[in-house]
Design a protein around this ligand. Structure first.
Ligand code: GLY
Length: 560
């Protein structure tokens, strides 16, 4: 009976792929090149660059700048992100263009004189803003991998900002929500109109000027000159900390990606200061100790085991992960097979581990809609997986006066006080404490998979802490549950992050009332949410590319 229910449930999921209003996926299984992003105009910009002979790196740069215009809640030049890149000859690299704490930051900068956290200071104030990394990141990608001239990659974003573009319904709704909630802290809120409807055209002349400076002067168009002066003025007039020295000293860094294996697939993902690659490795390695395929998709046993695994991994995140340039992250130990075997031995099939009974592993050695992801494969076989963020939706909500771009509120991703939850409810300690020039810990998990030495899958998602569990589950959906990529990205998801001690589940899962009763009977605390993440992925089968654009947004596959 349960199996029949599950089959009907899977059928409903896959049929909703073709019936929901929000679904914009374009199935083109014979594609040579593909871009999957959160916005149709950004995907179009990327595919046009590929058609002109650009490679995945060129398209990545063009899509990032286009998203800064058409998808301002997360696309950005005032934020940061991570890239995982695989060339067609199998060389993998990853770029960290995460924001940094300003040079005058202090550990207790978000506490009052009684050592209490000042509400919203790390989220909605000029002190919330980390030194942006995106523009330096794009220049760095271009220098290492770019093929087309830089100017041609920035120009499509300039055209969109200058000539205007039409708002989708979701984008109009988001901007209206932004205007209501952020107007109070943003004296430049007039930059966006008070009210928008689907189909309205929007023009962004100040942003266009800034993009022209970036087109003509690359890094110097943002980190020095007019843009930098405007950004620093915005800071100094409003109690922010970023100075010209902070901007001048910002540099993105090529880091070795985290490499691991799951059932014969090679997983290439982001290293610290993202926690994504290490936690994904932990989760997949622990999952290998259980017969998830036999348990079945969204069975009581599979959800139970996977949430226990997620809890154990997030406990390690809180204690052991931070910026590796400041804190000795015990990477090897955290991903060691016998350590992870011992961790997964704690999982009992008949009862639930309480979060209060779980601790991070001890080693003898010291050692959010809010974000957006896109996946690109070019016709030469190069693959790019990029996740970028302002942190909260529209970041701090602060727009640089005169320069027309939104600034992040990434400082909240630090542990601003030991045990105090950030906007995603994540807690941390020493490893992720605020320090000058340090990068705040992230959950962004841009990832690439290989099978038998060949490119197999490119994927990533927004969603703060839920990013890692969404990537974990999407990989399991494909490898263990034989889903096609559309089913895999569109299936409902669940998430546990140790604290709070609850499983967040998308509401569709509640339709299986039997499953819900059984989870409750095992003492799992359940919290139903409307929607989590927007996974955008590409799979390669033979010479064909197949895209999976998440039904939860305007996400779209463009290909040729
Ligand atoms: N700002 C969300 C993250 O980096 O995980």
């Amino acid at each position: 009976m349960i199996n029949i229910f599950r089959i009907i449930f899977l059928f409903l999921i896959s049929s909703c792929i073709s019936c929901s209003q929000n679904i914009n996926t374009t199935k083109k299984v014979d594609s040579k090149a593909m871009v999957v992003s959160a916005h149709p105009l950004a995907s179009e910009v990327g595919i046009n660059i590929l058609k002109k002979g650009g490679n995945a790196a060129d398209a990545t740069i063009a899509v990032q700048f286009a998203l800064a215009v058409v998808y301002p809640s997360a696309g950005n030049i005032g934020g940061g992100g991570f890239l995982v890149y695989r060339t067609n000859d199998g060389v993998c690299s990853s770029l960290d263009f995460r924001e940094k704490a300003p040079l005058t930051s202090t550990r207790n900068m978000y506490l009052d004189s009684t050592n209490k956290v000042v509400k919203d200071l790390s989220l909605y104030s000029h002190l919330a803003i980390g030194v942006p990394g995106t523009v330096d990141g794009m220049v760095n990608i271009h220098e290492k991998h770019g093929k087309l001239p830089w100017e041609e990659l920035v120009q499509p974003a300039i055209d969109l900002a200058t000539n205007g573009f039409e708002l989708t319904r979701l984008e109009a709704d988001k901007l209206n929500r932004f205007n209501k909630t952020k107007g109070s802290i943003n004296k430049n809120s007039g930059y966006y109109k008070e009210n928008y409807s689907e189909g309205d055209s929007i023009f962004l002349p100040q942003l266009s000027k800034t993009l022209i400076l970036i087109r003509d002067h690359k890094r110097a168009g943002f980190y020095s000159g007019e843009t930098a002066k405007m950004l620093v003025k915005e800071m100094s007039l409003n109690g922010g900390k970023i100075t010209l020295q902070d901007l001048d000293s910002y540099h993105s860094i090529w880091r070795d990606p985290i490499i691991s294996f799951y059932k014969g697939y090679k997983i290439i993902s982001m290293s610290p200061p993202s926690s994504g690659g290490i936690l994904l490795t932990q989760m997949l390695k622990m999952a290998e100790n259980f017969p998830l395929r036999d348990f079945g998709f969204h069975s009581l046993k599979s959800i139970h085991v996977m949430t226990e695994i997620e809890k154990l991994s997030f406990a390690d995140r809180a204690k052991h992960l931070g910026d590796p340039d400041f804190y000795n992250v015990p990477e090897k130990l955290l991903m060691n097979s016998s350590y992870l075997q011992k961790r997964s031995d704690k999982i009992n099939m008949d009862s639930t581990l309480l979060s209060s009974d779980i601790y991070a592993g001890e080693f003898n050695l010291k050692e959010s809609e809010e974000t957006t992801h896109f996946s690109i494969v070019d016709e030469y076989g190069n693959a790019s997986s990029l996740t970028t963020t302002l942190n909260g939706s529209f970041g701090s909500g602060i727009i640089v006066d005169g320069a027309g771009f939104l600034l992040n509120n990434e400082m909240d991703d630090f542990s601003i006080q030991p045990g105090y939850p950030n906007m995603y409810g994540l807690i941390g300690g020493e490893a992720n404490a605020v320090e000058p020039s340090k990068r705040m810990l992230s959950s962004m998990t841009p990832t690439i998979l290989e099978k038998d030495g060949n490119l197999f899958m490119v994927l990533g998602t927004p969603g703060g802490s839920t990013i890692i569990t969404a990537i974990f589950q999407t990989i399991i959906n494909v490898i263990d549950y034989d889903m096609n990529i559309e089913q895999a990205v569109n299936s409902p998801r669940f998430h546990h992050q140790w604290y709070p001690d609850e499983i967040k589940l998308e509401k569709e899962i509640a339709k299986d009332s039997n499953l819900i009763s059984q989870l409750k009977a095992m003492n799992h605390q359940l919290n139903f949410v409307n929607s989590m993440n927007r996974v955008d992925a590409v799979i390669r089968k033979g010479n064909k590319l197949i895209g999976g654009a998440d039904r939860r947004g305007d996400d779209i596959v463009s290909s040729y």
